[in-house]
Design a protein around this ligand. Sequence first.
Ligand SMILES: [Zn+2]
Length: 248
Amino acid sequence: MPVKYKQYYQFENFPNLDLLCAFTTRILGNMSLFYGDRSNALENRKNFLKGLGIDYRDLVCAKQVHGSLTRYIREIDSGKGALSYDSAIADTDALITDKKNVPLSIFTADCLSVFLYDAQTRSIGLVHAGWRSSKENATVKTVQLMQEKFNAKVEDLYVGFGPAIRDCCYEVGGEFADFPAPEYLIKRDSRYYLDLIGINKKQLLTSGIKNKNIFDSKICTACRNEEFFSYRKEGIGCGRMMSIMMLR
Ligand SMILES: [Zn+2]
């Protein structure tokens, strides 16, 4: 389980002290330069990152599109999307790197953030996994790129599931009729609820990740809307939390 600090959470199950692996709460404000009230977003990022010893101008951000493309990030990419949405990396929902001091970020408010870490090759991955990306197996595709680029081995990989809307609250409709994993559509009182975390876990286990290496925050953004942004609860105008990973 991630450990709560004053206003953010950090995964501390991963076996390395030189790794930052954290997500913010709404108490730290909106972190997105695209969604929600953006007037303080840069200041919010600056305040949060300063406490972690990171220059907010170095942050690497993506223009998330609910797809399944992963980008390999190097030092030269530092700062893309840090000061403006326009400068963020286009058409990307997952970032990987093996470089130190390159902070990767993903922004969510109900979608699942997936943290990937390989202690053997010292490489990381961070995925924005909503239902569309999960349908396209985005998390496993990111694992595959880590295998390809870093020679990471699935049996060595650690996984963290951040906050997300869970099957207690994630009611879905007809658009899920052809969903490829119907066992994760849970019927209650003639309504359907999606288990986004279950889908990602199943995909990862099938690809060879060890169950004991998977850690789940178990946080439902809708149940705990006072602490986390939830698009389903708040609708348009909802802010975004930041998930961040960095090798030190
Ligand atoms: Zn819930």
